[in-house]
Design a protein around this ligand. Structure first.
Ligand code: NA7
Length: 536
């Protein structure tokens, strides 16, 4: 037990991923008493849980790392897009440098948080019966704290190993020589499929919606290369933390794709394609996610490149259809390494669930409308109840004992994604209505994290004990989110950005796609004495 019975912490953070770790480090540095509670036995957040074969980040370094010199100066990545294992090793390095773990209570799942009007603090309860009081409650849950498994009839009857990618057994599962089935072709599905196809006797891919996956253009780094990169790190991090997209090197042309000649457009697309990663999504023309014609140009480029990689034209049409099912980039593109070529292998089969939906799972495998597929291992790469799902797993109660989940039943309402009316002294990081999911974890941990640190310092300077978002400010931010949703093409897809991947979930844009606009709003709020918050 790391808290004494009577101690009231300054801050209790839930979650030991990038956001929680940075917040603990900075608040402790500012003199606050602060702890993290995390359900996992080590640091890493989603990287601890999502340990399926091939797990890899799709934001390249140095976008995806802390900008703290004491951390980066003697850490050398081996790959441009590091694996989940390398990221866990990075967290151990961070721990060594910043001494985080001494203030973390591991293996501790927070189940309830209740605000006390009398004391202006929170009572936090854990699954193992532990309780702690804290002045500030800082959920750093990440956007993927709650997995989503579809309700497939008979799923529990499957006789072999069957796991969601976010609950993969730590001991691993050997795919060698086995018949592997993968449901889902998002980022996780694509990564597992790539690993399975290398060693499995047979891999069956159950695809519902074609994924517009982009070439990762992975590279291994030598120590000399990383040393050379580090000379530019201070400038890179300055640009990254003040940029448009939280990627220092994704700068789209300000003009519309339609203003460029066909030849110029082709050249910009080709260049982004070669640069790899999210360049083709976020680093070509500024209006790709706004203008239907520009979007269609990007789609056609992607489609033609992709189809050329698949030998069978029928299969090519299923993977990269003539007409897109939704605008390009309105769902998060996966990054791939030779994914499309796998479908030329005789031991990889694509099942198009739009033609032949899954009717049931039985002990032997998956039954579709026309055929049964016998499997040894079934992988559920079916995604997450993103953004709000993690909050629903904790019984969070505000000033009138009202539940946060019920409060959000008619729509998420926050001020800048930080505060919720009726839930004073709760400051969320990387939560709904902030740039989460459009801003990589480490960058958001720093830019949002510094906002929270400054806010707590302001309250301390003012001798204030309570901060609460006003209804007016939260309604106005909700309206802003709605305006963005209608302005962009994001609302046209059944994506987790829109809450549309989970049946019955309210459809609304959950994440703010404009990092720069978001940062400007946060800055102006702080400069105006935290406008939109009531401080007392
Ligand atoms: P995603 O991107 O939400 O992908 C989930 C996949 O599972 C997607 O292909 C879904 O198809 C599919 N799915 C979901 N439900 C079903 C059912 N009922 N039947 C068939 N297929 C289904 O999750 P990921 O884990 O890959 O990635 C999440 C993010 O985590 C990723 O973007 C990174 O930021 C990290 P659909 O497209 O809905 O038709």
């Amino acid at each position: 037990k790391i808290e004494s019975e009577h101690e009231v912490l300054d801050a209790l953070i839930v979650g030991a991923g990038f956001n929680g770790v940075y917040q603990l480090y900075r608040l402790r540095e500012e003199g606050y008493s602060v702890r993290i509670f995390d359900a996992a036995p080590e640091l890493g957040g989603i990287w601890y849980w999502n340990c399926y074969p091939g797990a890899r980040v799709d934001s390249h370094v140095p976008n995806y790392e802390f900008s703290l010199e004491e951390v980066w100066k003697d850490w050398n990545w081996t790959e441009r897009f590091p694996s989940g294992e390398e990221l866990l090793a990075y967290f151990r390095h961070v721990d060594q440098k910043l001494d985080i773990s001494r203030d973390v209570r591991f293996n501790t799942r927070v189940v309830a948080a209740e605000f006390s009007n009398e004391h202006n603090n929170w009572l936090i309860r854990t699954a193992d019966g532990h309780e702690v009081r804290t002045r500030f409650f800082i959920p750093c849950l990440g956007f993927a704290a709650k997995s989503y498994t579809p309700d497939l009839p008979g799923l529990e009857r499957f006789s072999g190993p069957c796991h969601h990618t976010a609950h993969w057994p730590k001991a691993g599962i050997d795919f060698t020589g086995k018949r592997i089935g993968v449901i889902g072709t998002g980022a996780s599905g694509v990564q597992v499929i790539q690993e399975a196809a290398k060693v499995a006797a047979h891999t069956t891919v159950f695809q519902r919606t074609p994924m517009f996956a982009l070439p990762m253009q992975q590279r291994r780094y030598t120590t000399q290369e990383t040393a050379a990169m580090k000379r530019d790190y201070p400038e890179i991090f300055r640009r990254r933390n003040n940029g448009n997209s939280s990627f220092y090197d994704l700068v789209p042309e300000p003009r519309s794709a339609m203003e460029a000649s066909a030849q110029e457009r082709q050249a910009v697309f080709e260049d982004a394609w070669q640069r790899g990663g999210f360049s083709f999504w976020a680093g070509t023309f500024a209006d790709i996610l706004y203008n239907e014609d520009s979007n269609m140009e990007a789609y056609r480029f992607w489609r033609d490149k992709t189809r050329a990689r698949v030998k069978d034209p029928v299969l090519a049409e299923k993977l990269a259809p003539t007409e897109p099912p939704h605008p390009f980039g309105s769902k998060r593109p996966s990054l791939e390494q030779g994914y499309y070529e796998l479908f030329n292998q005789p031991n990889v089969k694509l099942v198009d669930l739009r033609e032949t939906p899954i009717s049931a799972v039985d002990p032997q495998g998956v039954q579709c409308a026309d055929e049964s597929y016998a499997l040894d291992v079934l992988v559920l790469a079916t995604g997450f109840d993103a953004g709000t799902g993690g909050f629903a797993q904790i019984d969070i109660r505000g000033t009138r004992n009202q539940s946060l989940t019920e409060t959000w039943a008619d729509g998420v309402k926050t001020h800048l994604g930080y505060g919720v009316p009726g839930f004073p002294n709760m400051l969320m990081l990387y939560g709904p209505q902030s740039p989460t999911a459009f801003c990589n974890g480490p960058t958001c941990a720093e830019v949002q994290g510094e906002w929270v640190v400054s806010c707590l310092n302001h309250l301390r300077d003012e001798g204030a004990v309570r901060i609460e978002a006003t209804d007016e400010a939260a309604s106005s931010w909700a309206q802003h989110m709605l305006d963005i949703s209608e302005m962009t093409l994001l609302s046209r897809a059944q994506s987790w950005y829109m809450g549309a991947n989970v049946p019955g979930k309210r459809r609304e844009l959950l994440f703010h796609p404009g990092v720069r606009i978001y940062l400007e709003n946060g800055r102006s709020c702080a400069e105006n004495g935290y406008s939109g918050f009531q401080i007392s």
